[in-house]
Design a protein around this ligand. Structure first.
Ligand SMILES: Nc1ncnc2c1ncn2[C@@H]1O[C@H](COP(=O)(O)OP(=O)(O)OP(=O)(O)O)[C@@H](O)[C@H]1O
Length: 261
């Protein structure tokens, strides 16, 4: 399968020290990855590399077959879908939800022209419906609850039909019902054979949707484990990544973890 993301020996230095160190990682077409690790492990920095928002200090990064540093990132970015709190905070609260989604076609934040093609509007509405947010299309983004915003952001990230989808802590701030609803919708997306390759960042194994195939565990900027989800989301690697002895259980296709008594 084709590689959509490849990092070879990637190091990112900030404030005098490495915040990602000597990372090798490959994501292939059809794969659904979860990136887990404690606060400050480097997860968001890694997504920023994948989103072409920052450059590695050392090492080589290929995104969608193009080597960063040798390619115009403005041509690459429309092929990458990104949903993150940082992007959501830049979306105008007064914007109609349907427009929030439609404008992604033009890879701009906020509405910048008065009309869109009918086909774009229909696609935006269909994506909102697929994420259980069809009824919110005419509302303004600022009036939505946190859970509703997350679903709209994911619809927005899918709008431009990306080849790589990056989700930074999509369940953060959601209540139990909201989290479970989102996990279910992400599982449906993961099961869709035409959905893009996905990378989902989270702190919690409880948020890993069924159908995610691979996991990368980070601790202090280094990979602790990387590979098929069943091998990586195990007590040994998770305890090492989070720095405490954990009891991990898998029930059906969901995981739970807690500190060992
Ligand atoms: N510009 C910067 N200058 C100095 N340190 C930075 C800079 N950007 C990030 N860091 C540090 O790099 C480390 C990794 O940050 P990053 O946001 O990637 O971690 P994370 O795993 O996403 O954390 P969290 O789970 O808390 O969101 C943190 O210790 C952070 O303070």
């Amino acid at each position: 399968m084709a590689e959509v993301l490849r990092l070879d020996g990637v190091t990112v230095v900030r404030g005098g020290g490495p915040i990602l160190e000597d990372l090798d990682w490959t994501v292939r077409e059809g794969e659904r990855w979860v990136v887990l690790g404690p606060n400050g492990a480097g997860k968001t920095t890694l997504l920023q590399i994948a989103a072409t928002a920052i450059h590695a200090t050392r090492g080589r990064v290929e995104v969608l077959g193009e080597e960063l540093g040798l390619v115009d990132v403005f041509e690459l970015r429309p092929r990458i879908g990104l949903a993150s709190a940082a992007i959501a905070s830049r979306l105008p609260g007064s914007e109609r939800v349907l427009d929030v989604v439609v404008t992604a076609t033009y890879a701009v934040l906020g509405r910048w022209r008065e009309s869109y093609d009918e086909v774009d509007t229909r696609r935006a509405q269909a994506l909102l419906e697929a994420l259980g947010a069809g009824h919110l299309a005419e509302r303004t983004f600022g009036t939505l609850s946190e859970g509703e915003r997350k679903r709209v952001q994911i619809a927005r990230a899918l709008m431009a039909d990306p080849e790589l989808m990056l989700l930074d802590e999509p369940a953060a701030g959601l209540d139990l019902g909201g989290r479970e609803d989102l996990v279910r919708r992400l599982a449906a997306l993961a099961a869709d054979p035409v959905a893009p390759a996905m990378v989902l960042v989270t702190h919690h194994v409880e948020e890993v949707p069924p159908g995610f195939t691979h996991a990368l565990l980070l601790r202090a900027g280094r990979a602790v484990a990387s590979g098929p989800v069943d091998e990586v989301l195990a007590e040994g690697p998770l305890s090492e990544a989070f720095g405490l002895p954990l009891e991990v259980q898998k029930t059906g296709e969901r995981w739970t973890a807690r500190a060992r008594a």
